[in-house]
Design a protein around this ligand. Sequence first.
Ligand code: MG
Ligand code: FE
Length: 189
Amino acid sequence: MNTHYTPREPTRTTPPLHGETSHAREELADWLRDAHAMEMQAEAMLKGQAARLENYPQLKARIEQHITETQRQARDVEQCLKSMGEDTSALKDSGGKAMAMMQAMGGMIMGDEVIKGALVGYSFEHMEIASYTVLTAAAEAAGEQEIASVCERILGEERAMAEWLSAHTPEVVRKYLARAESESAKSKR
Ligand code: MG
Ligand code: FE
């Protein structure tokens, strides 16, 4: 006999169909909503970053590629929620708020914005890697195999972006420093 029995919350009106699976589904839906808000924030941030990178064409091109990936990721996450029968009508609002916040933050970044952008962007990709690692495991636990494979594909895109940034950030820093050096030489003349 199980002596550690804990009664379920009395607020539940219908019994779970597959025991813990029902709880896993609720968590999965919440975390997919968070991921959608994260992608909206990513899109706003990447667009702001790309607009300031005219002197870094390679970085700009890779970021633009990732904007396209990010837009599809947001749509795919929304589709995952719909496939679970979740209401997705409120998703757009959270994105709007995130975008306003990112624009305000973007206005505060001065001078070394290229390097600040590189730091924030690199960190952000790792947060996304963590999120989709969680989501893939949660979807598997909830028996949502198709959602798990969508999250795994997105995870691969985030990893590829993080790896690209890891490989190319040193070169961006060198270019930034060289440009700053020649700017200050010019102003001293
Ligand atoms: Mg993403
Ligand atoms: Fe990303």
